[in-house]
Design a protein around this ligand. Sequence first.
Ligand code: X55
Length: 390
Amino acid sequence: AKRHKFWETQPVGQFKDLGDESLPEGPIEPPTPLSEVKQEPYNLPSPYEWTTCDLDSEYTCNEVYVLLTNNYVEDDENMFRFNYSKEFLRWALHPPGYFKSWHIGVRVKTSKKLVAFITGVPARIRASDTVVLMAEINFLCVHKKLRSKRLAPVMIKEVTRRVHLENIWQAAYTAGVVLPTPISTCQYWHRSLNPKKLIDVGFSRLGARMTMSRTIKLYKLPDQTVTPGFRKMEPHDVPAVTRLLRNYLKQFVVAPDFDENDVEHWLLPKEDVVDSYLIESPESHEITDFCSFYTLPSSILGNQNYSTLKAAYSYYNVSTKIPWIQLMNDVLIVAKKKDYDVFNALDVMHNETFLKELKFGPGDGKLHYYLYNYRIKHVLRPSELGLVLL
Ligand SMILES: COc1cc([C@H]2SCC(=O)N2Cc2ccccc2)c(Br)cc1O
């Protein structure tokens, strides 16, 4: 297999262990006594220095936003680049119990320019029957001009060190690349909402024997949602949505262990960040179904007519009374009404039950899920995964 100089030194499932069912599920290495955790930061190459990014500072949040906007993840053909908003970054990085010290930047000593970033946030994640306090690692970004200087390994070691200092020994992360060793490999699916724009920017192509007007008609959606009792989630719904979501997530092998505080943070609607809707039964006033998506635009690189793609990403959904197809079609109707160009979903949880029928098409992006210092018995099918990372 490909040489992973760095990852072969880390407590992660190694390719050589694949299929070895004798290895027990659980931590790969025991915790280190806190007194033995390295107290001082790892050494960076001499021109650079560590910095902690306080996203409550408008200036610093903007520096992070600009770094990611210009240097974060692009598709294989370099046509699109994620464009996380400042509000989204503050939401994603300030969940209950977050540590500012886990929002790590690298600056050029002389100019103080921010040239790299990596983050962690704490999350309780259940693997099988064990709830583990983990760090969710995200936003690893090295400026385009500093690639292949081996900055990423030292940044991963530094965030790991700072996580260890908080007595946390496991982590969860995703990547578009194959590393040792995915716990699951998922596929992105896309539902066109604005097919004309998606074709113009080169994401979609006109189908064979299809005209533009026929294509627009194919993806047309009603003006209003169809399900009685469909409404936005409100603060007073937090207890009921928590119960509904906790019960739903029980069936997955790996899933977040959300409590009411987590639901309040991650799922209460925040304009242009996260949208959440639920079905309140008109008779019983019981909350029977739930759906949510987050807003993550993409910069369109090199198109004359458009600079931004407005994209919604399926987040957590629960269907107990309304059929999945009807529930998710109502979400598409809402997203179209709010002028999104595309609705994206991974094939995780029960998503495959509605993807094809609601006219999603498979994307070219595969997403690999990883756990750090935690072995699970089998590689998971996407439908066994109940975790969506931002
Ligand atoms: C280009 O095909 C895809 C690109 C992306 C990612 S990579 C950088 C970016 O901006 N994307 C978001 C996006 C951009 C365009 C359309 C849908 C989603 C994903 Br995720 C899955 C795809 O299939």
